[in-house]
Design a protein around this ligand. Sequence first.
Ligand code: ATP
Ligand code: MG
Ligand code: MG
Ligand code: MG
Length: 591
Amino acid sequence: QSFGSREKFLEEQINQGGDKVRLSKMFLPTLREIPTEAETISHKLMLRAGLVRRTAAGVYSYLPMGYRVIRKIEQIMREEMNRQGGQEFLLPVLNPAELWQQTGRWDVYGDELFRLCDRQGRNYCLGPTHEEIITTIAHNEINSYRQLPQLWYQIQTKFRDEIRPRFGLMRAREFIMKDLYSFDRDEAGLHESYMKMHEGYTRAFTRAGLTFRVVEADPGAIGGKGGSHEFMVMADNGEAEILYCDGCEYGANVEKAVILPTKHEDIDFRQLAERELVYTPNCRTIEDVGLYLHHTADKAVKSVIYETEKEEYPVVLVLVRGDHQVNEIKVKNLLDCLYLSLAREEVVNQVTGADVGYAGPIGLKEKIKIIADPWVYEIIDGECGGNKTDHHWIHITPLRDFKNLDIEVADVRMAAKGEPCPRCGKTLNSARGIEVGHIFKLGTKYSESLHAIYTDEDGKEKTIAMGCYGIGIGRTMAAAIEQNYDQNGIIWPAPIAPYHVIITPISIKEPEQKQIAGEIYTRLGKAGVEVILDDRDERPGVKFKDADLIGIPLRITVSPKYLVVNKVEFKVRKTGEACLVDIDRVVDEIN
Ligand code: ATP
Ligand code: MG
Ligand code: MG
Ligand code: MG
């Protein structure tokens, strides 16, 4: 077959309206009953609307209608990444352990990492994020400043063995992420890339029809000392708590929110304890935190957690001091433990005011006092504060003991709702949000350990400055539902709706209705409208219910009542508004 005829064939296909479907033929297993396995609105509705099915805990199969939404969201992300200069890759899911050992994350990542072994006994993990892989490509291929900057991304399945997979696609163990990595000559370049992503994400979530806030964030396990922002879709079911100010643009994840000074006696220890512990992103209770730490921390810390779990409100406080050198991987363990799970730097600083210092990713720069307590761990540090000879101690103590120890506690408290905004002094509000996107300045954390180095204009070798930027595709889909539904079902924002229009004849058995519905269907398909024809031999009530449940933005009802005046009814899913439209004008009205 010649190229020409193939082209013609494709064109014909398009003219026939490729993107339309007859519901009688489509696999769309909607459910009347509310599935018991689901807790949140989006999870329930995704199951009821026949979008996904659970395969295992945190593992989902996307059914045809659901996968269309996924692809729509992916396409928006792709276009916005391309607009910012992003270039699309597809990186392997299977990651060799060596790369993860090189960055230290093989040990640090903990049980969230899915690990496996090949027949030769070589270790691998299933990528939960792709810094290791992509930085290795940069290491191999980039040598000159002339090749920088680069913005490389992919849309790929990620694996994280979450402690508590829940809420359907919201916190899954296998999920799709758009992840982009920026490579720049220096901090200034990184900042530029970061701002491009900030812009790209803002555009993408706006296009997807979501209401969101950009808030200051803690970089979490990925690390990096630069800035970090989260894109939060506002929703009551959100796992994150956000503080925001109406007076100015300030917003922060409470994980990050600044600590405001207060009087010693004002400190609510329970609240402090809870807030510190809520720091671990998916934990809402002390029990969650214990579990989380148990799964993420290194062995030394784990054993402490077992102890503190018995306490009613344990605070885990880490104090560290230096003496001599130790093994580097272990240091990274420690640092990440601190990072993932432990007390906020300011709290520790002000709590102690003592004689020994430590500077690491949590930024414990002030002197801290070493407290005698039952759990003292000797730890390691190769890089803290740049002092290679430091040797560190880690002390972990539950709140009760902590209070009994005669330490000058405080003058600190986390910012909370109702308090003054740190920027403009107006009152802070709080709301719940879903983290759909996260941007980080990594700096040289990965480029250093994987030797991603280039030769600059001045002939000197320099380390590439990196950033990383992630969007959860499935979580975005869930978040869109959390924001757009009513008692009858989903109300898709048009840009991510699986189809734009559903045509519902009252009775497909009536020849006139069947014919008119069929004609509108063909014409809309040709006009590029993505359209469903509900040609099932069902009662109108059933068809209307399904149309509402699956949330198609516009329903066209073909009813004998209106056909007598040559009209059909348009009904907008979102507002419930209805109007009559001349059959001949249907396509024009939609375009
Ligand atoms: P969380 O705080 O919710 O655990 P995270 O901070 O660990 O998320 P990142 O490492 O920042 O996640 O990953 C980038 C994006 O990937 C997140 O903003 C989120 O949209 C998505 N994501 C992360 N974990 C999951 C998950 N388990 N299921 C679905 N999407 C996820
Ligand atoms: Mg997070
Ligand atoms: Mg996480
Ligand atoms: Mg994050």
